[in-house]
Design a protein around this ligand. Sequence first.
Ligand SMILES: [Zn+2]
Length: 217
Amino acid sequence: MESFPKALLDGYRTFATRRLPTEQSRYRELSERGQSPETMVIGCCDSRVSPEVIFDAGPGELFVVRNIANLVPVYQPDSGAHGVSAALEYGVSVLRVNHIVILGHAQCGGIRAFVDKIEPLSPGDFIGKWMAMFIKPGEVVEQRSHETMQGFVTRIEKAAVFRSIENLMTFPFVRTRVESGELLLHGAYFGVAEGSLFVLDRTTKEFQSVRDPSPHP
Ligand SMILES: [Zn+2]
């Protein structure tokens, strides 16, 4: 146990002495009757964008899957092992969540790697192959004239949320429940520096701030 990160041991002890006492009954209850979260969140691995922290969620409230750049692949029922698809199947068909939130964010390293077309980080180039599914065959993604690099990156970070929502609908078990009104799909975007949250208005295709209006205009 000597090599186990001290910060994690300390963190657990803090959890066990401060948070657990207030949530022990909730954990016991969840242990006995199982989890039944209403919401599934598909977010990025980024250590700054923890859904449970951002949404102030307790145990059993969020069913979370995180991957590079919060991407949902297209439904592909082949012999491959698909982690996100397995999580989706469990969340939608077994837990029967009522909401799926795709949580994008600012300064996403996966999107930055995609935009910069960086050299593969490893011989397997898992990131490059993973990010490649973001674009459709024949689709060209490039910086627009008069668009700053920052503007371009932000646009692509938000486009990843749109694409993931689009890809969710290629899963028959998602589409069926969306069409029957039992499942709602949402997009959100987290601004890391300000801790701001923007929710996608699917009618206007705009992300709108959900923070309370500032008392200082
Ligand atoms: Zn990210």
